[in-house]
Design a protein around this ligand. Structure first.
Ligand SMILES: Nc1nc2c(c(=O)[nH]1)N(C=O)[C@@H](CNc1ccc(C(=O)N[C@@H](CCC(=O)O)C(=O)O)cc1)CN2
Ligand SMILES: Nc1ncnc2c1ncn2[C@@H]1O[C@H](COP(=O)(O)OP(=O)(O)OP(=O)(O)O)[C@@H](O)[C@H]1O
Length: 194
């Protein structure tokens, strides 16, 4: 089993090697895969805005789907002094600004409590067949997800296949699904769903 730090290096490199056009193509495929999941009865959907220079999944396609379905969309603002995030309702007039870390974030707006969220799309570097994930290592999402409801659905988005097994800590909150361009993994039912 690889160390978390080695996996971070491995997946950062795999992402760097992707062309801009494959990032766009695969991000569109991921959004299309999301349409097949049984997640569309909710009201509040949390989504991350991608750090583009890190070649994260481009969530703008998913965002268009959410807007088309008239869902309420929630985005976050990270506080690097506490490693906690604030969650803000995205409205037509919500001002966004790219932070020092390259993350597009709301400047101001209506704050939303994590308990209200029905679905959270989760950024990640690596994940495994049990739905354990690794991010950039500050624990932002671990702290956030534990404040959501028991029935909130957590969905990772990745360009890559899962690792067989990642060592996890007591604070790690596992994903329910991970969507990749070709396949969607359903961890609760322990099989490939679609
Ligand atoms: N789009 C997006 N937003 C997100 C996350 C994410 O993974 N993706 N996060 C998920 O938790 C949080 C931000 N996490 C971050 C943690 C560390 C660094 C950071 O240290 N950046 C350094 C470069 C370090 C490196 O490349 O390894 C820098 O920008 O100087 C950036 C973001 C909250 N918002
Ligand atoms: N709920 C929590 N309360 C306090 N500390 C936490 C909590 N969750 C995680 N941490 C701590 O935060 C640090 C980073 O956690 P971890 O390595 O799991 O981050 P990550 O999942 O890779 O990053 P991220 O969630 O930001 O994408 C660890 O030291 C962990 O112990």
């Amino acid at each position: 089993m690889s160390h978390k730090s080695d996996l971070r290096i491995k997946y950062k490199k795999l992402r760097e090697d992707l062309s801009e056009s494959s990032v766009e193509d695969m991000s569109l495929q991921i959004a299309n895969q999301a349409l097949k999941l049984p997640i569309w009865n909710g009201t509040y959907y949390h989504i991350f805005l991608p750090i583009s220079h890190k070649k994260e999944v481009d969530t703008s396609f998913l965002m268009h789907i959410l807007q088309g379905k008239e869902k309420s969309i929630v985005v976050s603002k990270a506080d690097f002094s506490t490693n906690e995030m604030k969650h803000i309702l995205l409205q037509d007039n919500t001002p966004l600004k790219v932070s020092d870390y390259g993350i597009p974030e709301p400047v101001s707006g209506i704050e939303i409590s994590p308990e209200i969220l029905d679905v959270v799309f989760v950024p990640l570097l690596a994940y495994d067949l049990n739905g354990h994930r690794i991010g950039y290592g500050k624990g932002f999402y671990d702290r956030f997800l534990k404040k959501c409801r028991k029935d909130t659905v957590f969905i990772g988005l990745s360009f890559f296949e899962p690792e067989p097994k990642i060592f996890f800590e007591a604070t790690d909150i596992p994903l329910d699904y991970c969507i990749t361009p070709e396949k969607t993994f359903d961890f609760k039912n322990n099989h490939l769903s679609l």
